[in-house]
Design a protein. Sequence first.
Length: 135
Amino acid sequence: FTTAMTATEDTSQTGEASACIYQVSPHDGLAPMQILAVNGDQAAATFANYTGGNEGAVPLPGIGDKAVHSPGQASFEAIKGSTFCAVSLGAGNNTHYAGMPSPDANGNLSDAAAVAYAQQLAPLCAMIFAATGAH
């Protein structure tokens, strides 16, 4: 990515947890891509919170210890060790990023296209996992 990123630390976390939200800009005006990172004792609970109500979540191989996404959506949630990482593509797939296939009229991608694009975004979480020493 050659666009600017801004980071905001969430100081509401307590204990050994820390959270940071990265926002990618510029974007197409609908909503920016956001990357949420939570490191520490709240990572597992955050992963469970994000994925627990998503009955249709599909495993996304090759990202962290475990990663999931919703069918047709390139946004995903991943965890590795005690680090959680979520990549959210603004207003679902309606926000278009370079290299991303165009969604259909309902804002969905084919699942193969969603997985392929999520895999392109995976290095963002890999860098967070490496920076936190997740293993």
